[in-house]
Design a protein around this ligand. Structure first.
Ligand code: SF4
Length: 352
């Protein structure tokens, strides 16, 4: 039987699995059992589902499948311990996920699209262009397959910050979060999941209304509309002003603190006027700033704005951060992670 014709069970929520089993003449409870096997026991072979009859296991084996992705390879950064995973989809698209180890946690950065349509000028993924949205199964399988192949411990957190803009693949992103945070799923709580967006205001509000109450990170990178538009063309369509209004709504509705992602670009967003604007913006909403040292993508974009962008030197990043901290704002400086294997923030772009 053709593999792609089978029903993909990974990526179905608990209610969808109940419905599926009812639709094939089984009790809805079978859906809960299968949910448990796939997402808690992480099995990929129906024969291991021991509380199902032999007959049902054989039937499922013939008509359904569990792996949405094929693991291709992983690469480890000897300097930081960051691990990058390469997966292949059923239609031969390559996608990447990265595990970033920190002191008390290991965060998996997952992708939601093949490529990305948004063309942020500091991002290698943007240079790839957009191929397609990932399915819920392909999104969640990055976690299950990375967990299986990660040799340095347990993955404790997930951030939707790999390839693609998660809020442009809203329904599938939402479904994947529902699977991760389902009551029956013992793996991950909502406190350990962050969605990072470059700013789609009506979708930020919709996410707030979803009651999932996961954490939100906003790719800010400049507090000035014109400069933000220059480095993030999406700002022309959805202005910073509209986004800030949506973010305030999100924070209030979910009672969560917003993270502002801020990639430090020399002469673009590291001036004294940027400090002032950042302080003013952060006074609006419970928030913190995550400063990301920039990894040049000049080698991929020999011309245009992307080729002109330079990193702010590390000592100046620290001075900038101190000036903001002096105004009682929490500022973290993210260590450069995995730039030796092109796994650092904004560097995910499949070469294969
Ligand atoms: S930074 Fe994110 S939204 Fe912007 S181009 Fe890269 S992947 Fe897309």
């Amino acid at each position: 039987m053709n593999k792609t014709k089978k029903v993909q069970l990974k990526g179905l929520t608990i209610s969808e699995l109940r419905d599926y089993f009812k639709s094939i003449g089984e009790s809805a409870f079978r859906g809960e059992q299968v949910f448990n096997w796939i997402y808690n026991h992480k099995v990929t072979d129906f024969n291991e589902m021991q509380n199902l009859s032999k007959e049902l296991r054989t039937r499922l084996d013939e008509t359904c499948e569990i792996a949405a992705l094929d693991f291709v390879t992983s690469e480890n950064s000897p300097s930081t311990g960051t691990t990058k995973f390469l997966f292949k989809t059923n239609d031969d698209k390559n996608i990447e996920s990265v595990v970033i180890p920190e002191k008390e946690r290991s965060t998996l950065c997952i992708s939601t699209q093949v490529g990305c349509p948004l063309d942020c000028k500091f991002c290698a993924t943007g240079l790839m262009g957009y191929k397609r949205n990932l399915t819920p199964g392909e999104i969640v399988d990055q976690y299950f397959q990375s967990a299986k192949n990660y040799e340095d411990g347990e993955i404790t957190n997930i951030v939707y910050m790999g390839m693609g803009e998660p809020l442009l693949n809203f329904d599938n992103t939402l479904k994947s979060i529902k699977i991760f945070t389902a009551e029956l799923n013992k793996g991950l709580s909502r406190h350990r999941i962050t969605v990072s967006t470059s700013g789609i205001p009506h979708k930020i509000k919709e996410l707030a209304e979803s009651e999932l109450r996961i954490k939100l990170a906003f790719s800010l990178h400049s507090c000035f509309e014109d400069m933000r538009t220059k480095i993030m063309p999406i700002n022309k369509k959805y202005s910073l002003k509209e986004n800030i209004e949506a973010i305030k709504f999100y924070s209030k509705k979910t009672k969560t603190r917003i993270t502002y992602e801020y990639t430090m670009l020399k002469g673009i967003n590291d001036r004294d006027e940027d400090v002032k604007a950042l302080v003013k913006l952060c006074s609006n909403t419970p928030s913190k700033i995550n400063i990301i040292p920039f990894n040049s993508i000049k080698h991929m974009a020999p011309e245009g704005i992307s080729s002109e962008l330079e990193p702010t030197p590390l000592n100046e990043i620290h001075e900038f951060a101190d000036k903001v901290r002096n105004k009682n704002i929490t500022v973290m400086i993210r260590e450069t992670q995995g730039d030796d294997i092109a796994a650092a923030c904004g560097q995910l772009a499949v070469k294969h």
